[in-house]
Design a protein around this ligand. Sequence first.
Ligand SMILES: [Fe+2]
Length: 377
Amino acid sequence: MHEFYNPVRVTYISVDEYLDFLEQKSSGKTVGLFLNQSLVRKLSLDHLVNKLIDVSKHLIWINEINANPTVKDIISALCKINQTKLDIIIAIGGGSVIDIAKSVKALMRSQMTQYVTDDEIVNLILNKKYLNNNSDTPLIATPTTTGTGSEMTKWCTIWDPLNNKKFSIEAKWLYPDTACLVPELTCSLPIPLTISTSLDAFTQACEAFWAKSSSPYVKELALTAICLIKTHLPLTISNPNNFRNRSKLLIASSISGLAFSQTRTTACHSISYPLTNRYKIPHGIAVTLSLSRVLQYNLKAVPEISEIIDLFSGVDALNAWLYKVTYPHFGLSLSSYGVPETEIPSIVEDCYTKGRMDNNPIYIKQEDLMEILNTIY
Ligand SMILES: [Fe+2]
């Protein structure tokens, strides 16, 4: 038996409707707003922020959030919130912004000292002490990239670059209350970010398709996302201002998120973590580097993967598509990111993230992984 459950309400709306929606949700409330100042400038969202300041009872604005957020980013947000009881959390941005908002939602009710330390936060995360918080503060997540699918999942990722690690925070009450899909907000996304985030969604959909816990229902969602990205990513690259294609990519990303919200990711994501942590390879590209090799490796365990291959008329055509959509912005080899060949054995050791590599339909032995990494070197 396969079950499917995802409680996120998805709204597809215009910018004007979105402003009205946020105004209505924030009226008279204490609001935590997670939105980078740089995005406000880029998308001319001053009127949105001003409107929220006007209508809310109190607004706390977390306006500087780094890509690949760390424990320090959580602490900085928690300090700004300073134990204020938030009535609603609004996150507008890429996966990192939505993930920090989720982390704060998870941790804000935890007992911590006035000057909370990195170790205290890591302890709360690793020992899952946040699970008792049962935070019911509604979270409205609005993705402005077309990739991570964080608006559809109950987990978030926090990075620890010093120790080459990453942490996951997960709770059934961490699903956003509402995911707002506002295509206009993605229309000026630079092409390299459009490519890397769309490929994250693409890879996540492939992984949802072949994950141990996949199902016939998830597979169809995954194929839909893959098809949409296959068609509309190249069209967006050649015509970045086309609203329809941007809109299709945003929908594809959310469908990919819906699919992998049921399955989690697999080997490609597991392999990507040391690549991003150590060599700062953008997440969406780091997961794509091993995609074709992992797909072929998994084919013997999940013959239906041929449905993905058939969409491209063969593995060679899939590889050609990947090269076409990444060139000239990104290389698809480890060497193009300055990864020393001598470090491949130690990268292999760091590739085995619990809950990801063991979610791959076949266990990838270290010697096979070494071969995969050598092939993509
Ligand atoms: Fe991802």
